[in-house]
Design a protein around this ligand. Structure first.
Ligand SMILES: Cc1ncc(C[n+]2csc(CCOP(=O)(O)OP(=O)(O)O)c2C)c(N)n1
Ligand SMILES: [Mg+2]
Length: 333
């Protein structure tokens, strides 16, 4: 199905474009710092960077309201930041500190923040989709007009939950916006090596779910598609499926020699960097000066420095608290 041009198409007005640019840059700079901190052994465990894919989360999440829910993957730092989880609590979580959004128990892959309806962060490939369908089912049964946006990689389409979730969401007309981040690889496995049918929209369509491919390197295209899809989902039409065609510039995680792709391929995709493309568009229209860009970068750098200082000065959870949150606590009423 083709996307229609309508009033939901975003207009490149300066203020809005600056919001998009700021958010994409926040993700990029935050994660560049994370990579540095990982090398310095300040951040341990797994670390999956979203660098290169920023336009997807930033564009798609423009369509969401405060009350909507988000379910993401282990590559979710950007989604959490854009949702309004503070850089401080994300960084403290990465450090494993008590002040982190998951009390330092989840780390990079398990960011969670009920206050912003950010329901993870999930290390299980595809594991977020049943959660999203459950959240949407609750909304539908309780008569709330909220959307649950569920982000997952194209590798997760090979999992059984894909079919279970798509089927029930379509059957019960649940308000889920399925956002597939197709970056071509699941760890080292190219889509065409693991799937007999690589047209992901066709797969979604087979469940009677409207599905569109989108240029995931163009933040405005991502936003336009999400606005249109969200409108349909919110009006009770059931789920929509958006396939964002994107690319990760860095390794799958911090341990990945990347033998499965050519350096040349990475370089070709880097030429389409969504951040550079938006900056260029703004410069060409004389909507952004070098001084303004520097100011933006300085503000972001200050936010990240502050987050690192916060995480550094955070506390380790006392050993006697270790079993807390394993089971729900009895209510104190
Ligand atoms: C159920 C399950 N199987 C396998 C893994 C190991 N694993 C971690 S990431 C990954 C690749 C997933 O690729 P994709 O869904 O495309 O997301 P991307 O990493 O590209 O964002 C795999 C197989 C896992 N975490 N969970
Ligand atoms: Mg992938």
């Amino acid at each position: 199905m083709a996307l229609q041009n309508d009033m939901t198409q975003p207009i490149l007005d300066r203020d809005h474009a600056m919001i998009l640019l700021r958010e994409m840059l926040r993700i990029r700079r935050f994660e560049e710092k994370c990579a540095e901190l990982y090398s310095a052994a300040k951040i341990r465990g797994f670390l999956h960077l979203y660098i290169g894919e920023e336009a997807v989360a930033v564009g798609a999440m423009q369509a969401l309201e405060k009350d909507d829910a988000i379910v993401a993957t282990y590559r979710e730092h950007g989604h959490a930041l854009i949702r309004g989880v503070s850089a401080r609590s994300i960084m403290a979580e990465m450090y494993g500190k008590q002040e982190g959004c998951s009390h330092g128990r989840g780390g990079s892959m398990h960011l969670f923040d009920a206050a912003t309806r950010f329901y993870g962060g999930n290390a299980i490939v595809g594991g977020g989709r049943p959660v999203a369908v459950g959240l949407a089912l609750a909304d539908k049964l309780q008569g709330r007009k909220r959307v649950t946006a569920c982000f997952f990689g194209e590798g997760a389409v090979a999992e059984g939950e894909f079919h279970e979730s798509m089927n029930l969401a379509a059957l019960w007309k649940l308000p889920v916006l399925f956002c597939c981040e197709n970056n071509l690889y699941a760890m080292g496995t190219a889509l065409k090596r693991s799937e007999s049918e690589i047209d992901l929209c066709l797969k979604a369509s087979s469940y009677e779910i409207p599905a569109w491919p989108i240029d995931g390197m163009d933040v405005l295209a991502c936003e336009a598609a999400a606005l249109q899809a969200c409108l349909a989902v919110r009006s009770g039409g059931g789920p929509c499926f958006l396939e964002f065609r994107t690319y990760r510039f860095r390794a799958h995680s911090m341990f990945d020699p990347q033998l499965y792709r050519e350096k040349q391929e990475v370089e070709e995709w880097k030429k389409r960097d969504s951040i550079a493309a938006l900056q260029k568009r703004l410069h060409e229209r004389e909507l952004l000066t070098e001084a303004e860009l520097k100011q933006l970068e300085d503000e972001i750098a200050a936010e990240i420095d502050d987050a690192v200082a916060f995480a550094e000065s955070g506390t380790w959870e006392p050993i006697e608290q270790l079993t807390r949150f394993v089971y729900s606590e009895p209510s104190r009423t």
